[in-house]
Design a protein around this ligand. Sequence first.
Ligand SMILES: [Zn+2]
Length: 469
Amino acid sequence: MSRIVGVLLLLCAGAFASFAAAQEPQKVKGPDERYKIDILVVVAHPDDEGAVTPYLARAIYDLHKSVGVVFGTRGGSGGNDYRREHGPAMSDVREIEARQACAKLGIDKVWFLGGKDTASQNVLNSLANWGHGESLEELVRIVRLTRPEVIITWLPSIFIGENHGDHQAAGVLATEAFDLADDPVAFPAQLAAASKRLEPYLENLTPWQPKKIYYFSDANDQKQFAGKGFAYSVREVSPSQKKPYWLLAMRSAQFHLTQFPDEIHRWASLDDDAIQKAMSDPTHLWWSEPETLIYGKGILPFEPTSGMFDCLPPQACAFTSTRSGADNLLTQSVVPVSVSIGGPWEFYENFRAKHGLRQLPVASGPEIAVKPGSVVAIPVHVHRPLLAAILTLTADVPTGWKAISGAGKFSVAEGTDAQFRVEVQIPELSKEQLKDAKPETIVVHVSEGEHAIGDVKLKVQLVSGGVPQ
Ligand SMILES: [Zn+2]
């Protein structure tokens, strides 16, 4: 390259850079990636997590997976075999014990649903005592926030064994959350875009479908679950930690002092070699070898006994699906970008479809009545673009009206839904003008470069009073 051409190219590049800076699209915020996890464990009580910590140690240390844990209760009704605290104070103690046990494995995403311990084998007692609806709403919120690939929970079923109703309730709620978190009409306020900054009601979460759900049981006979799911060794030595997974699990359990202080003190006095020698007797080991995570269901016809993360993206597997539409679920990102009106209009569209109410009368198109001098907002929902996209929103407004925010250029990340809110200032009108006011229409055009994606229209009637939009 000659020196002159090089200088010209540099000058051109500089000019282009400053032009591009002037045109810089506003970045649409995606979900908070700090909370995206691979595995969500849903259990009832502090220390229940210990049923699966040998697997969690493997997943965290050697498969490099991220884990979150939800506890149904704070364990306040448990006995205190360590010190004198009791009742509500025990809840405070056991929450800390659970957080410390999780932290020992590097798990810092830990939530409590606020249910109360229920001394019963009847799951219905537990669900009633936990506040089924409120607990489910919170769990669906956590699934939408953390977007787990896999949920692991207690088996919601009755077996001879501890058969704790609270354990079963955790499994019921987790299964319901698995089914609901991707449903746009389940707790829709969690999914609705905040209408403005400091919006106190709406949450702007993402619909989410976990790919698989697995269960574990407190049944006495664990052998009956062999072959029903994914089996893993608890005695295998972690390549990265150089310790067997059961030992890593036991060391994380050392914080549950209120529950088994004598055993914890005994282990604490033993070094790793001594404790391994003691546990070579299988009757001393807390876990079966191997342990089985019972396969519940998945969004594709996964092989129940295959590995937990086999055939999950980014891996590709061929399935002969018998479920209609199931094949689409892992390829949903190929759905082309589309646009629709969002907010309550979109909710009711989904709601009518979900509840078989398509015959209900509806307005011929989105419409609203507001006062002159107010601001009207048009919610615009851009659905799951295949690739990252630069979108342009422009608003056609009636004469004298003005788009004051929400129009412009936006960059949207791949596979991320984007919800916009275009605000239009309506001028003040005299009483005479208002008397003759006809419905007006605002049109928001959405395009990607030269390619028009779609329009969103809102008919606006000006009236003298009423509640704000
Ligand atoms: Zn328990």
